[in-house]
Design a protein around this ligand. Sequence first.
Ligand SMILES: Cc1cc2nc3c(=O)[nH]c(=O)nc-3n(C[C@H](O)[C@H](O)[C@H](O)COP(=O)(O)OP(=O)(O)OC[C@H]3O[C@@H](n4cnc5c(N)ncnc54)[C@H](O)[C@@H]3O)c2cc1C
Length: 392
Amino acid sequence: MAKGGVAVVGAGPSGAASALLLARAGYEVVVLERARFPRDKPCGEGLMPPGVAVLRRLGLLERIVATGACRLDGVAYTHPGGSPTVFAPFPPPPGGGSAWGLGVRRLSFDAELAAALHREPNVTLLEETTVRGIHRRGPRIVGVQTSAGLLEADVVVGADGLHSRVRRLAGWAISRRSPARYGLVGHWHVHTADRTAITVTLAKDHEWYEAPVGTEELLVSTLGGRAYAKATAQDYARATRAEIPSLLHAEPIGVQLAAGDFHQRPEYIARDGLFLVGDAAGYHDPTTGEGLGVGLQLAEALSLRIDDMLTGRTSPEEAAARYARDHDELWRNRRRVTALALFMAAHPAFSRRAVSRARTRPQTLSRLLGINCGYYSFLRLTPLDWMTLAGV
Ligand SMILES: Cc1cc2nc3c(=O)[nH]c(=O)nc-3n(C[C@H](O)[C@H](O)[C@H](O)COP(=O)(O)OP(=O)(O)OC[C@H]3O[C@@H](n4cnc5c(N)ncnc54)[C@H](O)[C@@H]3O)c2cc1C
């Protein structure tokens, strides 16, 4: 007999991982997803090494790799015109394990996760089912109103992305940061066998990101302010060719997608029987590309906290408080790396000096990647690292 019932809103990576883990912990899980898979999602499609580790623990890594996902060994930072450039490899995880990430095409990555949900005993995935309301008994949230009717549950998990409707329905305020940043995402027909890194081009008021996501498919996204994103969207192919010379003779594939107003911090991430996970639990900026990995890691913490709560090992209040701490621990140092990356991106004089200096000391950037992977804290940066970043 199931230990209880959980409703998960959203079958993106965070919702899918949460549902799989809760089902494996003995719960009956219903996942409500408004889209039908395969569905696309604007994303830089770079899964950092800790996210790969979660896929391995879930037993899904081989299937994901088989979809054509590309191994990523690190990040190359460059500037318009191609110089200065430096490559920083992902450092090894302190506890052992592999140091590589994956370029994952969201169309196939998310579809593979959805297929895992369909295979999993104790999980029911309802596609094309939209959550429109939350159901309360007193202050507690005990279910959701969906386009297919009412679903009652012991716990509701909001995994419905950046602009979470569940979070809004719960009445939880969010803080935003101005000016907002936006992203535009496209794909190009490019032979990617010689690409094993994410390439970041720092171009003053915007950045470009390239990641191989298939043998013949390169993701090319750009991030910047609203006016920049709007202007670039008018002729994405021309703007991309103008700033990324290697794409001069390449052709874009399919349509471009946009997303934005990234910085969202909710006042709660768990309360009254509702737990948020992934982007719904708050997000900062895609510049350092950790949303997917953190969402998967947070799903692991979420399933433990919900299990503790529903088996009576902790009170609901304690489970919510511990989960908020898990969330904070995952993000605290990463937020600082993101702030540093945004500063560099906005100040090319600094980023050029830092990248030039890092060519002889790439370990500084590898250490930053390690902090961004959650391997160690910001205090790990040495005075020499700070000098490197200052271009000295
Ligand atoms: C331009 C850009 C570049 C990025 N680059 C990277 C990167 O390189 N690496 C990285 O790790 N991350 C990156 N990110 C972030 C990453 O895309 C997110 O962190 C990740 O998708 C979060 O996953 P999630 O499962 O929380 O939410 P999502 O992937 O957004 O999934 C939410 C799901 O909920 C469903 N849903 C929404 N509302 C409802 C409803 N009412 N009822 C039912 N279902 C609903 C949606 O259809 C969707 O399937 C980037 C994001 C952007 C926008």
